[in-house]
Ligand binder design. Structure first.
Ligand code: ADP
Ligand code: MG
Length: 457
């Protein structure tokens, strides 16, 4: 059994969908397929929710055009005689969506729970339509609404998976239902039946969860690039495909923004040693990347990743060393507020600590940290948190780096030569990466300089 996952970019229009169908049609092995929402649909559903809750009726126009987009795909994908049940499915879903948004419009609020329900329509629509499309080609497909199998807690927006229940439900379902399962990515449900989503890159995660539960021979992630590359090809035109990576290298690259694969995604397959292939939907003949237990030999640095829209929180104070458990309290409050710490850099003096987080969370982070240290700040032992906005992180990643002390020298030389100012640095304890915080304005220059230094010389 293999699992194939197609992301939104692979199914963004009819032409691309035909390419996906031809890849699926050529598959010899027993398979299951996981789909994301059609490209851009999740973003549109989000926008509609935003508009509706801010009393802006223009969400209706957007919703109409989303409906038309889905109906058009059905009409062009499925022969007329077989269309009606799928057209009905789509129309009923959009009626529900329309009611939902009207509710949001009336109460002027969209809770995380409601948002998850709204977003679930993206995957349910695309997957139902594509399952019907494949059936029209003569394949025995079974549409699977993952909410029936993938059980989670009620942390809406980023729900945690209950693996024992989920694995048992998946295995049970597969035993009872022959045929090619076509599964909605991204969504699950609580034990009470409330719809949840499993976070960023959730469809990759769904595919990994099914791979692990079913002991798949391989997980294939089909996307719009030639595998995991030495840098984001949208920022570094000279980027090349990395043929072989270890799980750890892929984890490190993705931690710092190589969104082609998302860290949480890999845990379930990593545990079982199931290899992940990253393939290009638009060039299926190309080898792509293989992620498994083994690293390819050769290059000291495997790749360079980056994250934009970062803010640095500076926590400092003349008597910071005397404030007890600063680190523990800072990270505790951030974790409680679900704010992800991307990087920590501590000056040796211990008078200051630097934390990189996503900019959109910076204001909230400052508020809760200042609040936590209310008395220390009042007493002058510590300063209020300072936010440095408009930063970016670049990270070089490679397993061979441990044996090559020269990597950091090369990195900072390359940045220096190109006048890129480094605000903070951090080396992962694993020594799999070295990362630098720089100004966002320098990001593309820095990436290209590093890429040239490590890969083209
Ligand atoms: P999908 O819709 O298939 O899930 P994503 O947009 O989530 O696709 O992920 C693919 C994108 O990841 C690529 O288009 C590319 O811009 C980006 N990316 C960032 N870093 C890398 C990298 N090192 N290698 C390949 N792609 C990368
Ligand atoms: Mg993705």
């Amino acid at each position: 059994m293999k699992i194939l996952k197609f992301g939104g970019s692979s199914i963004s229009n009819l032409e691309n969908i035909q390419k996906v169908f031809s890849i699926i049609g050529k598959e010899q092995e027993e398979m299951s397929i996981v789909f994301s929402a059609f490209g851009g649909v999740t973003e549109e559903l989000l926008k509609c929710a935003d508009l509706a809750q801010s009393s802006d009726e223009s969400y209706q126009v957007k919703l109409d055009s989303l409906e038309k987009r889905h109906l058009d795909i059905v009409k062009n994908l499925i022969p007329v005689q077989q269309q009606s049940s799928t057209l009905t499915y789509v129309k009923v879903r959009f009626n529900e969506l329309s009611d939902l948004y009207h509710g949001i419009f009336l109460v002027k609020e969209c809770t995380p729970r409601t948002l998850d329900y709204v977003l679930s329509f993206g995957e349910r629509l695309s997957t139902y339509i594509l399952s019907s499309g494949l059936r029209a080609l003569g394949m025995e497909t079974v549409y699977v609404d993952a909410r029936d199998l993938l059980k989670t807690n009620d942390r809406f927006g980023n729900a945690k998976v209950d693996f024992p229940s989920t694995n048992a439900l998946i295995l049970g379902f597969y035993q009872q239902n022959p045929g090619i399962k076509v599964v909605t990515g991204f969504i699950g449900s609580t034990h009470k039946g409330e719809t949840t989503t499993v976070g960023r890159s959730g469809s990759d995660y769904t595919a990994a969860i099914f791979s692990s539960a079913l002991d798949a021979s391989i997980l294939e992630i089909w996307t719009d690039v030639q595998g995991v590359m030495t840098a984001d090809p949208k920022l570094v035109y000279a980027a090349i495909t990395i043929p072989l990576l270890s799980y750890n290298e892929a984890l490190e690259l993705s931690h710092f923004g190589a969104k082609v694969i998302f860290p949480a995604t890999m845990q379930p397959v990593m545990k079982k040693g199931i290899p992940i292939a990253i393939k290009n939907t638009f060039h299926p003949e190309k080898a792509g990347s293989m992620i498994s237990k083994v690293t390819g030999t050769g290059k000291m640095i495997k790749g360079i990743s980056s994250m934009a829209d970062i803010s640095l929180l500076n926590i400092q104070g003349s008597s910071l060393t005397e404030v007890s458990g600063v680190g523990k309290r800072v990270f505790g409050t951030l974790a409680e507020a679900d704010i992800n710490v991307i990087l920590i850099s501590q000056a040796s003096s211990e008078f200051s600590m630097c934390i990189a987080i996503q900019s959109k969370e910076a204001g909230r982070a400052k508020e809760i940290i200042d609040n936590e240290f209310h008395y220390e700040i009042k007493g002058g032992e510590m300063d209020p948190v300072l936010i440095a906005p408009n930063m970016a992180i670049v990270a070089v990643v490679g397993e061979q780096m441990q044996r090559n002390p020269g990597a950091s020298g090369m990195m900072f030389q390359a940045l220096g030569r190109n006048n890129v100012n480094v605000t903070a640095i951090a080396q992962g304890s694993s020594e799999l990466n070295i990362s630098a915080v720089i100004s966002q304005a320098d990001l593309q220059k820095a990436l290209n300089a590093l890429h040239e230094a490590f890969f083209l010389s």
